[in-house]
Design a protein around this ligand. Structure first.
Ligand SMILES: CC(C)(COP(=O)(O)OP(=O)(O)OC[C@H]1O[C@@H](n2cnc3c(N)ncnc32)[C@H](O)[C@@H]1OP(=O)(O)O)[C@@H](O)C(=O)NCCC(=O)NCCS
Length: 160
């Protein structure tokens, strides 16, 4: 498996992250470049980018929030980041194709959240990804209120 060099993000990572976001998600689910720019400005310490051979190959990002489940308005509101909150959220996990990169980023985000004393990592995912996250220890709390992209999203929590 190829090992990523994982570091926190910088504003200059915007173009690389936006390219990966649009390569990995259909347009109705992908974050807009402007939202990514605002996230990079608001909580760079909670955006982990993975580099291989000096180029970004993927990232995992999300604010720290005060409640266990993500709500749709948070995706476009960088002000939802509360550095002292108990939950590390994941708004986006996206990697270029290569074995094992996603898992390395999930583990790095869980390690960060554990070091910072969070209660859990929380994310939303499609039916088709429930098994993927369950393999990392996330528990399915059922379909939540999100109508993002017009499809059902499961609330998935990894207790720390
Ligand atoms: C989803 C994504 C992050 C996975 O990253 P990845 O680097 O391919 O995943 P990893 O290599 O870390 O993990 C792959 C493992 O998960 C398993 N897996 C993948 N999808 C799965 C699923 N739906 N259910 C169960 N297991 C699954 C694979 O079988 C593999 O297991 P193995 O290592 O035992 O063979 C990546 O494909 C991606 O960026 N997709 C587009 C964006 C996206 O969908 N992001 C998630 C939004 S909820």
């Amino acid at each position: 498996m190829e090992h990523l060099h994982i570091r926190t993000a910088r504003p200059a990572d915007l173009t690389a992250c936006a390219a990966i976001e649009s390569a990995c998600f259909p347009p109705e689910q992908a974050a807009r470049r402007e939202d990514l720019r605002q996230r990079l400005a608001a909580y760079p310490d909670h955006i982990l980018v993975g580099e291989r051979q000096g180029a970004i190959a993927g990232y995992i990002m999300g604010p720290v929030i005060g409640q266990p489940y993500i709500e749709d308005n948070m995706f476009t509101d960088p002000g939802c980041h509360d550095p002292s909150g108990p939950y590390q959220s994941v708004f986006s996990l996206a990697v270029l194709p290569a074995r094992g990169l996603g898992g390395q980023l999930i583990r790095a985000m869980a390690d960060l959240a554990r070091r910072e004393g969070r209660r859990a990592v929380t994310l939303t995912c499609l039916d088709s990804k429930v098994g993927y996250y369950a393999a990392f220890g996330f528990q399915d709390h059922g379909v939540g209120s999100s109508v993002h992209g017009g499809v059902p999203w499961h609330n998935m929590l990894l207790e720390l």
